[in-house]
Write a protein that binds this ligand. Structure first.
Ligand SMILES: [Fe+2]
Length: 346
C-alpha cells in the first residue's frame, strides 16, 4: 500500500494506492491542492482511479469535480449525496476495487446525511464522523445528533479496535489514531447513552465555518467558487504593473486607453488621468459604442484589481486582443502616490 496525507490547514486528504498495479484513490481532495495531488501521484508512480468525497463538505471546497474532468475518472460519494456530478454512488457495504486494495463503504449519517467512512486493510477513513479526540458537528445542514450516535456506537466503533483512523480534519498535527484509542480517550465518546450524547452535541454552540454558503453552494451543485472564477480569468489575461502604466502615460500616452470599470461615483472621485469610464455592469452592452478599435491596447482598472481581471477576460473573449489588466488596481495606484484626477469624463 502506498499512502500519503495532504494537509490543507486543518483539512486532510489522503492518497491510497496499490503498489502492484499503481492504481490509487484520492479521498477528500481540496480545490487549492490540485497541482499537489497530481504532482504527488506522478512522483509515486500512481494513477488516480477514483475521487472520493466522504461527505458534502461545508468548510472547504472539494476538488473532486475539477479533478474528474482533468483526469477523466469518476467522482464517488454516498448514495445520499445531493451533488448532481457524482458518477458513482455507494451504499453501505459496497466496495471500490483499487488494484489489490478493497475500499469498503460504511454509511455513517449524522455529521451530514451523506457521510460515509471507508475501510481498507488496517485503516478506516472516517471523514467527519469521527475525528481524533472529537466527532464531526451535527448542527450544519442535514446534520443529526441521533443519527451520529447510531452511526458511531452501532457502526463505526464496533469495528476492530486496532483499526487506524484517518479523519478529514485534524487541527493538532497528529497523523492518526485508532478506534480503540478513541473509545478510551475521546471525550465525545464517553457519553454512550443516546440522550446524553444528543444533548451534548446540541449544546456545543460552535461558530459557523467561514465560506459555508459558498462551500455548500459549490460542493452541492458543482458550481464555481469566486476564487475559481478569478483564477480562470487571470489565466487568460496579461497584467500591467503600476510602474509600467505610469511610464506609458508619461511617454506614450496616445498608444493606449485606460478603461476604468468602476461605478461612476468612484470614477468621479478620482481616476487615472485620461481614463475612460465604462462600468463593469455595462461592459458587454456598451462596448461597441465605447471601444471601436479591437486592436488597441486597453489597460483595464478597477479598485482592487479583481473586477478588472474579469472585465479584461471578457474583453479578450470578445476579440480585444490587446486588453490587459492593471495589476493592483486603483487602490494600489493611489497608495503608490501616482496621480489621480477627480471629475466627470470629458
Ligand atoms: Fe464536514
Amino acid at each position: 500500500m502506498i499512502f500519503e496525507t495532504v494537509a490543507t490547514g486543518g483539512c486532510r486528504s489522503y492518497v491510497i494506492g496499490c503498489a502492484d498495479s499503481c492504481a490509487a484513490a484520492l479521498i477528500d481532495p481540496e480545490l487549492s491542492q490540485i497541482d499537489r495531488y497530481i504532482a504527488l501521484t506522478a512522483k509515486e508512480g500512481l494513477r488516480i482511479r477514483y475521487l472520493i468525497d466522504t461527505h458534502t463538505h461545508a468548510d472547504h471546497f472539494s476538488a473532486t469535480q475539477q479533478l474528474a474532468r482533468r483526469l477523466d475518472v469518476p467522482v464517488v460519494m454516498h448514495r445520499a449525496s445531493p451533488a448532481p456530478f457524482v458518477d458513482l454512488r455507494l451504499q453501505s457495504g459496497e466496495m471500490l476495487v483499487v488494484g489489490r486494495l478493497r475500499l469498503q463503504a460504511l454509511h455513517t449519517p449524522g455529521h451530514t446525511r451523506d457521510s460515509m467512512c471507508l475501510s481498507v486493510e488496517d485503516r478506516v477513513f472516517t471523514g467527519d464522523t469521527l475525528l481524533i479526540g472529537a466527532t464531526g458537528r451535527t448542527d450544519l445542514p442535514s446534520g443529526d445528533a441521533a443519527e451520529l450516535h447510531a452511526s458511531l456506537f452501532d457502526g463505526l466503533l464496533k469495528l476492530d479496535p486496532a483499526l487506524k483512523i484517518f479523519p478529514a480534519h485534524e487541527y493538532k498535527g497528529r497523523s492518526h489514531s485508532t478506534i480503540g484509542q478513541e473509545l478510551a480517550d475521546n471525550p465525545r465518546l464517553q457519553k454512550r447513552d443516546a440522550g446524553a450524547f444528543i444533548e451534548m452535541m446540541q449544546s456545543l454552540n460552535l461558530t459557523m465555518p467561514t465560506h459555508i454558503t459558498e462551500a455548500l453552494r459549490t460542493n452541492m451543485s458543482g458550481g464555481k467558487t469566486v476564487a475559481q472564477m478569478l483564477a480562470e480569468a487571470a489565466a487568460i489575461v496579461p497584467f500591467m504593473s503600476l510602474l509600467e502604466l505610469n511610464t506609458c502615460l508619461e511617454f506614450r500616452k496616445g498608444e493606449l486607453t485606460v478603461l476604468d470599470v468602476r461605478e461612476r461615483e468612484a470614477y468621479e472621485a478620482g481616476h487615472i488621468p485620461g481614463a475612460q469610464l465604462l462600468p463593469r455592469g455595462q461592459l458587454e452592452l456598451r462596448v461597441n459604442e465605447e471601444l471601436t478599435d479591437p486592436t488597441r491596447r486597453i489597460v483595464v482598472c478597477c479598485e482592487f484589481g479583481r473586477v478588472s481581471t474579469l472585465a479584461t477576460a471578457t474583453l479578450r473573449q470578445m476579440g480585444f486582443v490587446c486588453a490587459v489588466a492593471l495589476d493592483g488596481g486603483i487602490k494600489a495606484w493611489r497608495e503608490a502616490g501616482y496621480p489621480l484626477q477627480p471629475g466627470k469624463q470629458p
